[in-house]
Write a protein of this length. Structure first.
Length: 636
């Protein structure tokens, strides 16, 4: 048993090394020093998390040792047990090191330990996943490191178990008792849990407490519980309210009384009816909403100093409406599509058992009521995250993906992710400019793909060069020029392709009958150091809106400073698109309404003017609560 503990110390050494590398890469000395009073608790809880991992790692060899002890009286002297331990701990050491490497790499991309989004990587397909890992990370050196650790573990465990050693019988129950305590992580009433990762107000210090294996286990648990419904009382309490009535008062400023039919009350709170249309809206315009892969608010902001970033898109951003104090609601592509399509607060709806149900919140419903045809178009395969089937259930009249586009245009080029964006935009332009005059208006929701790993672009693109000094700016967290270049190329390529679409559309008759909304699905990952640029940019994506000349309000073009998010898109275009009395899920506000209360909600961060932030955070908490209560009741 003592030798098993000695072998486990090898695994602990890997965990400590991983924590040290994590601290060096993602913590500042000044931040950690300013919270020295919490160091002892942080070290103690980190020790508990590590011992829990070691206890689970020791479980199998302990069972084997106890079984073999009765067969050969000395498990340590049994040659077969020694060989088993060598193989077992070599595999365990490599796996522990691999998870720690993944955790460090995940934080490099997402700014946190491994989370539920980690499992999105497996949707890329094995070839694409391996290509991204090989190109973006020092895969060769990491393989050498894994091999070296495996060899070292084989040699060390062999040395530990080389000599036979007798143990007193009383060692076994003590060892088993300690093992059980370590697996529980606590001698107190409550076992070790995620709350124990928080030891101070410092996020950087808190991040040093858990290890990668615990966070992987938590991410897996979160994925399994993505559709685990809580009771109404649990939800209300977890969101900081004493009753649903209190939450409704906070949402509607006391104007929405609670009645016996809770579902009807929630329906009234979350849905609204379009009022009389904008007086200028004498027709139903086509609506094009483009969700742009990784369209970064910060990089767009940098375009003021480096116009090469925006290419010819800069002209259109100045000519029309642009919001830059704007955030995506979700921080992943599929989460954003789900949010735009049906506003569900539960992740992975498209792959859940509820995916075949038409939701009352489906974006197609108010458009259909107002006489529209609805299409979802993207360069990716319809099968990704079950998008094709799920979107069909939400009553899109037409769903066009990679293979449909290739059938229409065999000459289109693509990469492992999907059709190149400039080809996608060509098909969008065809749909808007070649429509019969008598056709019903079109609502088209588009999702681009090219600005996504593995960052493979058309061979014939020509992008404006940036000065060498640009790549060494302190705002960048990525300092490898080749990696950073791929992200910047993708941003420029997308802007260039979008500008070409806008040029062509504005020069066509469709310019008089089409509203264009462009935003990002989420911010660009990994390359920006948000400790330098400010956390308000961490989930920032731009919002660009083009209105036909006949629909433009006074003061157009405009760059309003109102805070906003994806929830605000539908209320902003509703006065132009929906017929009066059309019911739709109204979670945000009309961004053109200067009298409204504007704030920006992201699942990880709520933003508003400083004097309005407390109110905004309370509103965001209420919204999340009401959405979860509503959808749980709809799905049951």
């Amino acid at each position: 048993m003592v030798k098993l503990c000695m072998a486990a110390m090898l695994l602990w050494g890997i965990l400590l090394a991983g924590r040290g590398v994590f601290a060096l890469l993602y913590s500042s000395a000044s931040e950690l020093m300013s919270h020295r009073a919490s160091w002892l608790l942080a070290a103690f809880n980190a020790f508990r998390f590590d011992m829990q991992v070691l206890a689970y790692a020791l479980l199998l060899p302990t069972v084997v040792a106890l079984a073999m002890f009765g067969l050969c009286k000395s498990a340590n002297g049994c040659g077969s047990f020694r060989r088993f331990c060598q193989i077992y701990f070599v595999v365990a050491a490599i796996l522990v090191l691999l998870v720690e490497i993944i955790d460090i790499g995940y934080c490099y991309n997402f700014g946190t330990h491994i989370g539920i989004t980690f499992f999105d990587f497996f949707n890329e397909g094995p070839i694409g996943l391996l290509q991204v890992m090989w190109e973006d990370y020092p895969a060769g050196w990491l393989l050498v490191l894994l091999a070296a650790v495996g060899v070292a573990a084989w040699w060390a465990v062999g040395r530990i178990f080389r000599k036979e050693r007798q143990h007193s019988a009383w060692i076994v129950p003590i060892f088993v008792a300690l093992l059980v305590c370590a697996m529980r992580g606590s001698l107190g009433r409550f076992p070790l849990q995620v709350e124990d990762t928080v030891v101070s107000p410092s996020q950087q210090l808190n991040a040093q407490v858990p290890n990668g294996l615990y966070m992987l286990k938590k991410a897996w648990s979160d994925k399994r519980k993505a559709f685990r419904f809580e009771t109404a009382d649990e939800l209300i309490s977890n969101h900081g309210f004493s009753s649903i009535g209190e939450a409704l008062d906070a949402w509607s400023d006391g104007s929405l009384p609670l009645n016996a039919d809770t579902l009807a009350t929630l329906q009234k709170a979350l849905f609204g009816k379009s009022v009389s249309s904008d007086p200028k809206a004498t027709f139903r315009p086509n609506i094009l909403i483009i969700m742009s892969e990784s369209w970064s608010g910060w990089l767009c902001q940098m375009g003021k100093q480096y116009p090469q970033l925006l290419c010819s898109l800069q002209k259109h951003l100045g000519e029309d409406m642009l919001w830059q104090q704007f955030q995506s609601v979700r921080n992943g592509t599929i989460g954003t599509i789900e949010t735009m399509v049906c506003a569900t607060p539960f992740p992975r709806f498209f792959t859940s058992r509820y995916r075949d149900r038409l939701l009352p919140s489906a974006i197609t419903e108010p458009f259909h009521q107002s006489g529209y045809t609805c299409e979802f178009i993207t360069g990716m395969d319809q099968g990704w995250e079950n998008c094709g089937m799920a979107l069909k259930a939400q009553h899109f009249d037409r769903i066009t993906g990679k293979y449909e586009l290739l059938s229409e245009h065999p000459e289109y080029g693509c990469n492992a992710v999907g059709i190149y964006d400039h080809h996608l935009f060509q098909s969008i332009l065809e749909r808007l400019t070649k429509r019969p005059h008598s056709a019903r208006p079109l609502m088209m929701l588009a999702m681009t793909t090219t600005n996504h790993p593995p960052f493979v672009y058309p061979d014939d693109i020509s992008l404006p060069a940036l000065p060498d000094s640009f790549y060494s700016l302190p705002c960048f967290a990525e300092h490898r020029r080749d990696v950073l270049q791929k992200y910047i190329d993708g941003f420029q390529y997308y802007n260039q392709s979008l500008a070409r679409l806008l040029d062509q559309l504005k020069a066509s008759p469709a310019a008089d009958s089409t509203i264009i909304v462009v935003t990002g699905d989420h911010n660009v990952r990994s390359i920006i150091d948000y400790s330098q640029v400010g956390r308000e940019w961490q989930h920032a994506v731009p919002l660009y809106i083009y209105l036909p000349p006949s629909l433009r309000p006074d003061g157009y073009p405009a760059h309003p400073d109102a805070w906003g998010c994806h929830y605000d898109i539908l209320p902003t275009i509703a006065p132009y698109a929906f017929t009066p009395e059309t019911q739709f899920m109204r979670l945000g506000t009309n961004l053109l309404d200067t009298a409204a209360f504007h704030y920006s909600y992201n699942e990880a961060l709520t933003l508003a003017r400083p004097e309005q932030l407390a109110k905004a955070q309370r509103k965001a908490s209420v919204l999340d609560l009401l959405l979860k209560l509503y959808f749980q009741m709809v799905w049951k």
